[in-house]
Design a protein around this ligand. Structure first.
Ligand SMILES: Nc1ncnc2c1ncn2[C@@H]1O[C@H](COP(=O)(O)OP(=O)(O)OP(=O)(O)O)[C@@H](O)[C@H]1O
Ligand SMILES: [Mg+2]
Length: 324
């Protein structure tokens, strides 16, 4: 059998803290991504989404330590660190960073900035790079002559498209997009999500889309992974997570769908996630959970299969089918 395009196994990330302690930001995360599929990683602020995808890029700061396996077509990118990962960064796995649309250098033309990764990674230089920039702009729905514009001359939506073009510069097979629609209005948000879906279908690109917003995942992704306090608590085909929700946290995320009118994208579930600078006994969601019982506080629920390709880490997963 062919190995999966990307398979993450038991990924853990710890950050050293200035007080000498450690923050366990990603806690045994496993998932796989096949060619042309779109995985949405969703969860509240601080649950470890960005840390997870920065680990895939090998771009965590030196204060981070990582364990587990990140297999790209069977090759473990964590095995020899930078030496193994750098030939694949941007060329196989590329990323649109959180806030990327606001991170362009204000004094350089957009086209120049999109050309830089190509030149850096030896994909194209000079005229060839310039012509590829124009092609990429067309791919993301921007008129090619916009290559000569400065970032401030583009709208927010166009800057986000340009950030996507930059990530596509070296023809990656996997695109990681961190909150690519936050701060955009609803119409532009929908257009960016359509663009990502289109790119995935047309280029056979696998997409990992990070967002706070479960409906965005429903609209865009074939698969969903719900993260809470550094763990995946429910994962599976997006349809299954919608029609057969098997974790109370996922259910609350569906219920907390933001009001489109208010543009408020903050998920409002009562309470706050636990701190990650200590280990957690039992279920991390128990203190906020409407379904929690005594055993949830003492006994950690492991992920288990609840349907086809569908896993949940709730002691009561099977009895959640009825809305309480
Ligand atoms: N460089 C760092 N040093 C120490 N702790 C960090 C560092 N980066 C992230 N963290 C911590 O790791 C945890 C996960 O953070 P991360 O940025 O991955 O969350 P996120 O899900 O992407 O959140 P958001 O939705 O706000 O972007 C948080 O508790 C965060 O404070
Ligand atoms: Mg983040």
């Amino acid at each position: 059998m062919m190995p999966a395009l990307l398979e993450v196994q038991d990924l853990n990330v710890w950050f050293d803290l200035p007080n000498g302690g450690k923050l366990h930001a990603v806690r045994g995360v496993s998932f796989s991504v096949a060619d042309g599929t779109r995985l949405g990683m969703v969860g509240e602020s601080g649950c470890g989404k960005t840390t997870t995808i920065l680990a895939l890029m090998g771009l965590l700061p030196p204060t981070a330590s990582v364990s587990g396996r990140i297999l790209l077509e069977g090759v473990n990118l964590l095995e020899r660190g930078e030496q193994t990962i750098s030939p694949h960064r941007w060329k196989d796995i590329a990323m649109v960073f959180q806030g990327a649309m606001n991170a362009f250098d204000p004094v350089k033309r957009i086209g120049r900035q999109i050309a830089e990764p190509m030149e850096l990674h030896g994909v194209a230089t000079g005229k060839e790079a310039a012509s590829r920039v124009r092609e990429l702009l067309v791919t993301v729905g921007i008129a090619p002559e916009r290559a000569r514009s400065y970032p401030h001359e583009l709208s927010g939506g166009m800057r986000q498209r340009a950030a996507i073009a930059m990530a596509l510069a070296c023809n990656p097979r996997i695109l990681l997009a961190d909150e690519p629609t936050t701060a955009l209005d609803v119409m532009v948000q929908a257009q960016i999500l359509e663009l990502l879906t289109h790119l995935s279908n047309e280029l056979g690109l696998a997409l990992v889309l990070v967002t706070h917003d479960l409906p965005i995942v429903a609209q865009t992704c074939t698969h969903a992974a719900v993260m809470y306090a550094g763990k995946i608590v429910e994962q599976g085909p997006t349809d299954a997570l919608y029609h057969e929700t098997r974790h109370p946290y996922t259910r609350l995320l569906w219920a907390a769908t933001p009001d489109l009118e208010s543009r408020d994208d903050v998920v409002s579930i009562p309470g706050v996630p636990p701190r990650l600078d200590h280990e957690i006994q039992g279920c991390p969601f128990a203190p906020r959970c409407y379904r929690a019982e005594g055993r949830c506080v003492s006994e950690r629920p492991e992920l288990r299969t609840v349907g086809k390709g569908h896993v949940s880490a709730c002691h009561f997963a099977e009895t959640l089918a009825v809305v309480t």
